[in-house]
Design a protein around this ligand. Structure first.
Ligand code: C6P
Length: 404
């Protein structure tokens, strides 16, 4: 059992008031809050070992390099990658996906097919559309049902020898639906397609095992898992990372440069041009250690209880509809109230100290499917409580009364 009050005390921001009310932070899907240990680790890096990495022979440079590579090793261990060089530091999920789509520009041919799902965040739609425009490949979309679940029969019907890439999120940011990615990866591999998993919304809730999943790429952001903003990871299987061309040219990604020809560094440096977010990369390791010390089983148990409590309490409000009613769900509740714009509810409850996200959540095709402009999304973390949910429910009721 988690001692929630002890955990909450580790997050300084959670004891703040906003608009004169205690902060109830339910926008964890957008970014998580940071524990003191993470905040301290950022300052410690700059106070004690700040230097550029992989470049200097001086002591500080070596200390910073060691800390950065130790963090890479922590990520490798956390996601069970076979090699540390399969773990690339990025600025976030968006960067990781664009790195892959850029690489596939030299692989795809006109008529090849890329399959995306109808549950994707714009970050996992637009780069693939751009890739298709560049190469003449065709974008195919896995449809979903009214519960927000991907239709597996339709997915299987889309797969063929033309399919070169399948890309799908592990967990939908807009609805919280958990996709059956292991099954989907197996089916994609059966036709010889590569698979990228957008794990942005999964890593705060679970520990992905990339070898067990057998995905070819797995992208995620550090800031959604208690880490600093501007950090992320792209996992790629060694064979794929060797096959893809570099994303950016610059310092540190080369073996040798002459004006006639440049040869590239080995993995992972081939994909890490320029000075990276060194503090961020190191502290992402601290955040991962922190989450593991809380324990993912404990996190899941707490979040399951929060999801059940929120779903039950919100559904007691007349005219309230939840989107994403599939069975397999993370701790996200996306909802609307009949006849009221989500933005209006969001603005009123913000005045009551409650932070939720309103709008299309960078997933406009999902909103189009449900014929709505957006939803109110409450996304819970392990440091949230049932009492906070009760405050939100009361606030939503108040907003409804004011707006009806
Ligand atoms: N979703 C949300 O409020 P970046 O911005 O690169 O760290 O992550 C992009 C991204 C990609 N895929 C999924 C499934 C995501 O949820 C996100 C970020 C936030 O839902 C901000 S739009």
């Amino acid at each position: 059992m988690l001692d929630i009050q002890k955990i909450r005390a580790e997050f300084p921001i959670l004891s703040q008031t906003v608009n004169g009310k205690p902060l109830v932070y339910f926008d964890n899907g957008a970014t998580s809050q940071k524990p003191q240990i993470v905040i301290d680790a950022i300052a410690k890096y700059y106070q004690e070992i700040n230097a550029n990495i992989h470049r200097g022979v001086h002591t500080l440079s070596q200390l910073a390099t060691d800390a950065y590579e130790i963090s890479r090793g922590k990520v490798q261990h956390h996601i069970n990658a076979k090699f540390a060089h399969e773990v690339l530091f990025t600025s976030g999920t968006t960067h990781g996906i664009n790195l892959v789509t850029n690489g596939f520009a030299s692989i795809l041919k006109p008529g090849d097919e890329v399959i995306v799902s109808s549950l994707e965040h714009h970050s996992n739609i637009v780069p693939w559309q751009m890739l298709c425009e560049k190469t003449g490949a065709v974008l195919r979309v896995i449809p979903m049902n009214e519960d927000g679940e991907l239709i597996m029969k339709a997915y299987e019907a889309l797969l063929s020898e033309k399919t070169k890439v399948v890309t799908v999120n592990h967990i939908s940011n807009a609805l919280g639906i958990i996709n059956p990615i292991k099954y989907m990866i197996e089916k994609a591999h059966a036709v010889g397609a590569a698979v990228l998993i957008d794990g942005a919304q999964a890593v705060p809730h679970l520990k992905p095992d990339v070898q067990d999943l057998d995905c070819d790429f797995y992208a995620f952001s550090g800031h959604k898992m208690c880490g600093p903003t501007g950090t992320g990871i792209l996992y790629g299987k060694e064979a794929w990372l060797n096959k893809l061309p570099p994303y950016q040219g610059g310092g540190e990604m080369i073996k040798e440069v002459t004006f006639e020809k440049t040869t590239y560094a080995d993995l992972p440096h081939k994909f890490e041009a320029g000075t990276p977010n060194i503090a961020g990369g190191i502290v992402l390791g601290t955040a991962i250690d922190y989450l593991n010390s809380v324990g993912f089983e404990n996190i899941q148990k707490q979040e399951e209880e929060l999801l059940a409590h929120a779903t039950k309490s919100l559904l007691e409000i007349e005219g309230l509809k939840i989107y994403g009613t599939g069975k397999n769900k993370a701790s996200v509740v996306s909802f609307n109230i009949d006849g009221i714009h989500p933005y209006d509810i969001g603005s009123i409850i913000d005045k009551l100290g409650i932070a939720v996200r309103t709008g299309h959540h960078c997933a406009q095709p999902i909103m189009n499917f449900f014929c709505i402009p957006g939803t109110i999304r409450a996304s819970f973390s392990f440091y949230n409580t049932k009492e906070e949910i009760d405050l939100m429910v009361e606030a939503v009721k108040k907003a409804k009364t004011m707006l009806s």
